[in-house]
Design a binder for this molecule. Sequence first.
Ligand SMILES: [Zn+2]
Length: 289
Amino acid sequence: MLKVILQLLIALTALKSTISFAQQSNTLTIEEKIEFSKNTQFPFDRYFCANNNDNCTLGGMKKNQIALTFDDGPNSNTLQILKILKQYRIKATFFVTLGKRNYTREKQDLLNQIYSLGHKVANHGANHGALAGSVSESSLIQYLSETDNIISNYVERNDIFLYRNPGGYWNSNRANILNSNNNLRRYVGPIFWNVGGFIVGSSTHLTDAADWQCQSRKLSAQDCMTGYYNKIIRNYKNNQGSLVLMHDVHKITASLLSSLLENLSQDSINWEFILVQDIPAVQFYNTEL
Ligand SMILES: [Zn+2]
């Protein structure tokens, strides 16, 4: 009998992939909570991770944790991304660019698919170009509200409303405007990233990469992937988790994602995929409302 149980245990261990999706989150230490509450304007203006900043802290994320995010969509390329994520049983966060002008039936179908597969839908504003530069107070509120109207049906009761500003553009004035808005102040943001901002390094040895830039420079998905992969490994060695930026709208991204996940699954590191809303700092900020 004992032998049977042992064999069963061995079989189960062998089945366990090195990639897993974690729904359990970590907790913050008191010191981290104090650190995160310093110099922040709640709920917006939380620079817990700035672009390409190796010293950024991802608010309690463990070094083997990865949160995947996809911006600017959805479009027809999103379907391929969803297929790959399903294959690896990973849930991600989609920062969508949707508003009155582009919310077609096709976009609605794509949004339904993202949601029904268990991914999280987040706000990237209705006008990407305008939000990536300086906008008036009324436009800022209008563009976020347009997307909010669309996605609020897809954000569940226990989910956290998340905002990422196009291009990572941010300033304290923007935080003040959003914090003064009764509806939008329920968002946590801006959500930055520490993998996928720009191509860094030489083409033979990329130390970071960005899907949109790889596409415009005609780099192969495989070469582009090494940039993402090397940055994730560097974060790990620096004792940091990885908040990965990709764009589901680009053609290159599906093959890039596929080879990245393939590479990670062959590592000896037990990678764990979590949602942005499960990052302890995001949860902490949410409770400060
Ligand atoms: Zn964007």
